[in-house]
Design a protein around this ligand. Structure first.
Ligand SMILES: [Zn+2]
Length: 505
C-alpha cells in the first residue's frame, strides 16, 4: 500500500470514529458564546411585549435601589438568600446524561462564586478587588417537587431530540422533546442538554410574566460543573457558564453593555468600567477601551466572555442590582419552601370570586412545599361550612362578602392562609332598595349582569330622571322627585326590565 493512501485511510477511520461517537464538542475556538440577547429577541418575536415587561422589572429594581439609598438602608437583604434550584437533564446519548456528582460540583461553584469564596478570587487585580463583593446569594437543590414529593432536585428525561436550538423553546416543552419547568416562584429552573450552534447557554431576564413557563437558565451539558466530573477538556469546564447565566437571570447585562460593540451603551451598573466589546479567552494584563485606562476592561467579571479560568468576580454594583431583583420581580423566591421541607397554605377560586347567591364555586388548593397530612377549609357563609377535600365546591345562600381559610399541616408544622371578604355573593335577581325610597335609590344587578341605563318615568310616561351606568350597581339621586309612584326602567346587558317604585317625602 502506498504510504499516502495509508495515511488517508487512517484519517478517514478517525473521522468515522469521531462521527459515530457523537461526542463532538462545541467549537471552542470561537470563544464564549452566550445566547441570552439572541434569545430575548426570539422571545419578543414569539410573544411581543416581553421586552416591555423586562423594562418594567428593571425600573422596579432601580426604583427599589434608589429608595433604599435615599433612606440610608442596606442595599441588600440581611443574611444570605438561598435560591432553590432544579436541574432538568435532557439526554439523547448516555454521555449527555451527566452525573449527579457533576451537578453537585456545579452547585459548589455557584455557592462559591456568589459568596466570593471562590479560590481564584486572589486573581482579581487589586484595583478591582476593592469593588468586588460577596453577593450573599446561595443555591440549594430542591428537596420537594411541585407535587409535594421528595426529590434530589434533578430530573432526568431521555429525548429523541439530538440537539436543541435557542429560538425554539423546545427544551422547555414536554411535547417537543423537552421537559416542563417547575413553578418559577418556587424554583430556579436550569435545563441541561445538547445545544445547537456552539452556544454554551442562555437565560431569561427578570420580568417574563407572560411567558413564565420559559423562565430560567439553559446550559450546554458540557459546561456544567467542574473536572473531573465535567469530562469536556476545554476552557468551559469550571462551571462559570452557569454563574454567568444566573447573573443574567438576576438581571445583569453583559459587562460591555446591552448592544453591539460601542462606548455609548452601558450595562447600567455604576461601578463597572465603560467597555467597548466582549473580551475572549484569557487576556494578559489591562485591556484598555473607551478611555478606561490604565486599569482597562474588567475582563475578570463573570459577565464578560472570558474563559472559566479567568473570571472571578461580581462588583458591588452588580450585587446590589441582583439583590434588588430578588426584592422585587423575583421576591417570591425569598419565601420558597422548596429546600427546607416546609409547607405553605395557598388557594384560589377557580372561577370569578364574584358570584350569585346559590351559585357553586370551585376552590383549588394551591399550597406549596411538602404534601400535607391534614387539610381544613373553612367557608364563612358557605355550604358546606368546612371541608377536608383538596378542591371543594361550595355554594353561598345569602348575598355578602365572605372569608375563606385554609389550614394545612403535618406532624412537624402547619400553615394557614386566610382571605377576608374573598368571595362576594350578589342577589340572583335585580334588587332595588330602600323601599320606599326618599333621597336615593340603590339598584343592584346579579353578578355578571351589567347596568347600561336607568330611567325614572311617571304614570304618563314622562321621563324625570335618566342616568347612564356601566356597572353592576348604581346609586340614583331621587331628591328632586315629588312623592308618588313611578316606573323605573332599567336597560342592562340582559335586556330591559321595569319596576314600580314609591318615593316618600
Ligand atoms: Zn451572557
Amino acid at each position: 500500500m502506498h504510504f499516502y493512501t495509508l495515511i488517508w485511510l487512517i484519517l478517514l477511520q478517525l473521522l468515522a470514529t469521531n462521527l459515530s461517537a457523537q461526542t463532538t464538542i462545541v467549537n471552542a475556538s470561537k470563544g464564549r458564546s452566550c445566547a441570552t440577547d439572541l434569545y430575548q429577541d426570539a422571545l419578543e418575536q414569539l410573544q411581543p411585549g416581553i421586552k416591555l415587561e423586562q423594562q418594567q422589572a428593571k425600573e422596579a429594581a432601580q426604583l427599589y435601589l434608589s429608595q433604599r439609598k435615599k433612606a440610608g438602608k442596606e442595599m441588600r437583604q440581611a443574611g444570605p438568600i438561598t435560591i432553590p434550584v432544579v436541574f432538568h437533564v435532557l439526554y439523547n446519548t448516555a454521555d449527555q446524561n451527566i452525573s449527579d456528582e457533576q451537578i453537585f460540583s456545579q452547585l459548589a461553584v455557584l455557592n462559591a462564586d456568589f459568596r466570593r469564596t471562590n479560590a481564584d478570587r486572589i486573581n482579581t487585580p487589586s484595583h478591582f478587588a476593592a469593588i468586588a463583593g460577596d453577593a450573599g446569594i446561595e443555591f440549594c437543590l430542591a428537596s420537594t417537587d411541585p407535587n409535594g414529593n421528595l426529590t434530589n432536585g434533578i430530573t432526568r428525561t431521555q429525548t429523541t431530540t439530538r440537539s436543541f436550538s435557542v429560538t425554539s423553546n423546545n427544551i422547555k416543552r414536554q411535547d417537543k422533546g423537552g421537559v416542563t419547568g417547575w413553578d418559577r416562584d418556587q424554583y430556579l429552573n436550569i435545563w441541561v442538554g445538547n445545544i445547537d450552534d456552539d452556544i454554551l447557554g442562555w437565560a431569561t431576564f427578570p420580568g417574563v410574566n407572560s411567558s413564565a413557563q420559559n423562565d430560567g437558565v439553559v446550559l450546554h451539558y458540557q459546561t456544567v460543573g467542574t473536572a473531573p466530573f465535567n469530562k469536556a477538556n476545554w476552557q468551559y469546564n469550571k462551571g462559570r457558564t452557569a454563574t454567568h447565566e444566573i447573573g443574567h437571570w438576576l438581571g445583569l447585562q453583559h459587562i460591555w453593555g446591552n448592544g453591539n460593540a460601542s462606548c455609548s451603551d452601558s450595562d447600567d451598573i455604576d461601578d463597572t468600567p465603560n467597555q467597548y466589546d466582549a473580551n475572549y479567552s484569557c487576556p494578559d494584563g489591562a485591556m484598555v477601551s473607551c478611555g478606561n485606562g490604565p486599569t482597562g476592561d474588567m475582563w475578570q467579571n463573570y459577565m464578560d466572555y472570558t474563559d472559566d479560568d479567568c473570571m472571578n468576580m461580581f462588583t458591588n454594583g452588580q450585587i446590589a442590582y441582583m439583590q434588588s431583583i430578588l426584592s422585587t420581580s423575583r421576591s417570591k423566591l425569598l419565601v420558597s419552601v422548596a429546600c427546607n421541607g416546609g409547607l405553605r397554605a395557598d388557594f384560589e377560586a377557580e372561577t370569578n370570586t364574584l358570584i350569585q347567591a346559590k351559585e357553586a364555586i370551585q376552590f383549588k388548593d394551591k399550597s406549596v412545599g411538602v404534601k400535607p397530612t391534614t387539610r381544613l377549609w373553612e367557608f364563612e357563609g358557605g355550604v358546606p361550612a368546612t371541608s377536608t377535600e383538596i378542591n371543594p365546591k361550595v355554594t353561598y345562600k345569602k348575598p355578602g362578602k365572605y372569608k375563606v381559610t385554609l389550614t394545612i399541616g403535618n406532624s412537624q408544622t402547619s400553615s394557614t392562609e386566610t382571605k377576608t371578604q374573598y368571595i362576594e355573593v350578589t342577589p340572583n335577581e335585580l334588587t332595588i332598595y330602600p323601599v320606599p325610597a326618599a333621597d336615593y335609590l340603590m339598584i343592584e344587578q346579579p353578578a355578571n349582569v351589567e347596568l347600561r341605563k336607568v330611567e325614572v318615568l311617571d304614570r304618563v310616561g314622562r321621563v324625570w330622571l335618566t342616568q347612564e351606568v356601566f356597572n353592576r350597581t348604581a346609586e340614583l339621586k331621587t331628591k328632586g322627585l315629588p312623592a308618588g309612584v313611578y316606573v323605573l326602567r332599567i336597560t342592562g346587558s340582559k335586556g330591559v326590565e321595569t319596576r314600580k317604585i314609591t318615593i316618600v317625602r
